[in-house]
Design a protein around this ligand. Structure first.
Ligand code: FBP
Length: 548
């Protein structure tokens, strides 16, 4: 395999870890925990894994000995930079417990466990993937692990390989399923521990014990680099408005972090749209006013950042999507059987009057995108909805109206972009390389301590890595009950942008100046080698959240 010069240099990088993890560790237990909401329901569903204490690893001089252990690992869902380092951390961590421990990777996501597709991950294989982006070491997939049949099928191969612990690296939905699996294996005394790791570029798996999900840092840095380049381009040619949609599912964390990094003219935050009950027309009018204002100063160019989940947060659209989700959950086959040219009419006919009206008001392409298959967790695949085109077109129309009324003089030409896949497999930043390796190593320590139903947790990450705090947080602690596929289910609560949080407040305090002036920042590419202030910075979101 030919490797780039940077890949060769990065292979030699030794990720930094919390100081406590370098030697032997002792566990400090916190108080029993509660789920974030719906305590009675969650407790009933997880009688064996509910209420466990949060854990913290501290250094000890006592030397413990551990038996060799076989561990399995699964990558679940969308790629996020640093996944390979989580696996390297698990590998080194279990070898540190006992040199005869072995690691098996299940291939192409949770489906690999159910279908018994796996490979042993040897030291040689691991070395090839250290500090690289991607999930290609074993592949990833979106199969939802949820049925007893799948769990039992998985157990067959775990028994055959003598695997005593399984690490599931995934987002909120995958970690919810990891917890259901932990509960089931504990209930039947299967002798298999299950540990989760917080992955997702979306940044929406976070709480007081999980500061950030891995991959968010690198992905935002990659998008910010490219948005910065676009800003410099548009500030040079001065003839385009760029409408840039950013991945992130429902939450606007990625759009917000990129805005903090690049200071665009406009950044929409879905959570604010919902709170202020803004309509699509309100959003379009706001952008058009900014365009007109800049045009009055001779600036017929600018940037608009759009979170990919926006459409779900416009109240009228939210109600429509919720009814569509429930309806399609029960009538998917019937819908699929309707000829393509009759599908929109079929949906309209089956919706309540208000929602049918909203549905009918949408451009056909967007209406069709809303009816596309849900992902295996029942979510609308918002990345497929072309909001950037919708907004660029609607702003153009609004400006034409304003021109006719004499309220706008200027030229409007737009370019649209969607950034998502470009950043998901980038080589991890030093932050993600260190954080991921530490998460993996912590997972190994949790396994050594015999724990199950925990998520690996590494905190205090705005401090130098040596001062990071490693431990475990019971997955049930993050759960509440939500409606999925038309039924109430226990799920990890998604962290959305908090409008009273420091990152949003910073945006709100500065956005007017960014809209009217041209205060673009050009962050440039991720740096791996060089001064700490250039190479080892966490996201601005994290720094503001921690008052740094
Ligand atoms: P998860 O980390 O939650 O799996 O998703 C990350 C993500 O990149 C989302 O931002 C995006 O909406 C989705 O995956 C796209 O899915 P797919 O990879 O299936 O196209």
């Amino acid at each position: 395999m030919v490797k780039s010069a940077l890949q060769v240099a990065r292979a030699a990088y030794k990720p930094k870890m919390p100081k406590a993890l370098y030697g032997s560790v002792r566990i400090e237990e916190g108080a029993p925990t509660q789920s974030v909401a719906d305590q009675d329901e969650v407790k009933k569903l997880f009688p064996n894994t509910y209420g466990m204490p949060a854990l913290k690893f501290v250094e000890t001089s006592d030397k413990a000995t551990y038996p060799a252990i076989n561990v399995g690992v699964i990558l679940s869902g969308g790629q996020a930079p640093g996944g390979h380092n989580v696996i390297a951390g698990i590998f080194d961590g279990i070898k540190n417990l006992n040199a005869d421990s072995r690691l098996y990777g299940f291939l192409m996501g949770p489906g690999g466990l159910v279908d018994h597709n796996y490979k042993e991950l040897t030291g040689e294989i691991i070395d090839d993937y250290r500090n690289t982006g991607g999930f290609d070491i074993i592949g990833s997939g979106r199969t939802k692990l949820e049925s007893k049949e799948q769990f039992d099928k998985g157990l067959e191969i775990l028994k055959k390989l003598d695997v005593k612990a399984l690490v599931i690296i995934g987002g909120d939905d995958s970690n919810t399923n990891a917890c259901v699996l932990a509960e089931y294996y504990k209930a039947i005394d299967a002798g298999v521990q299950v540990i989760g790791c917080p992955k997702t570029i979306d940044g929406d798996l976070k709480n007081e014990m999980i500061e950030t999900s891995f991959g968010f840092d690198t992905a935002c840095k990659v998008y910010s680099e490219v948005i910065g380049n676009i800003q410099r381009d548009c500030n040079s040619a001065r003839k385009y408005w760029h409408f840039i949609k950013l991945m992130g599912r429902s939450a606007s964390h990625i759009a917000l972090e990129c805005a903090l990094q690049v200071q665009p003219n406009v950044c929409i935050i879905s959570e604010e749209v919902e709170a202020k009950k803004l309509s699509l027309d309100d959003i379009v009018t706001d952008i058009a006013k900014t365009v007109a204002h800049r045009a009055a100063n001779g600036n017929n160019f600018g940037t608009v950042l759009i979170p990919e989940g926006l459409i779900e947060f416009i109240p009228a659209m939210k109600a429509l999507i919720s009814e569509l989700n429930d309806f399609l959950a029960h009538h998917q086959d019937e819908f699929n059987a309707v000829p393509k040219d009759g599908q929109l009419a079929y949906i309209k006919k089956n919706l309540s009057a208000d929602n049918a009206k909203v549905f009918a008001s949408l451009p056909n392409a967007v209406a069709r995108q809303l009816t596309l298959d849900r992902d295996p967790h029942g979510n609308v695949q918002v990345s497929l909805i072309e909001t950037e085109k919708l907004l660029a077109e609607m702003v153009g129309n609004k400006l034409a109206e304003m021109k006719a009324e004499g309220k706008y003089k200027g030229k409007f030409a737009s370019q649209v972009h969607f950034f998502g896949y470009e950043g998901r497999c980038a080589a991890p930043s030093n932050y993600d390389a260190d954080y991921c390796y530490s998460l993996g190593y912590t997972a190994a320590a949790l396994i050594g301590a015999g724990k199950t139903g925990y998520m690996s947790s590494v905190r205090n990450t705005t401090a130098p890595a040596g001062e990071w705090i490693a431990g475990g947080v019971p997955v049930t602690m993050m759960m509440n009950m939500e409606r999925r596929h038309g039924e109430m289910k226990p799920v990890i609560r998604k962290a959305l942008v908090e409008l009273d949080g420091a990152p949003f407040k910073y945006l709100a305090a500065n956005r007017e100046a960014w809209a009217t002036g041209t205060e673009f920042v050009y962050p440039g590419p991720i740096q791996y080698f060089g001064p700490t202030e250039v190479c080892d910075q966490p996201t601005i979101t994290l720094k503001l959240e921690q008052g740094k």
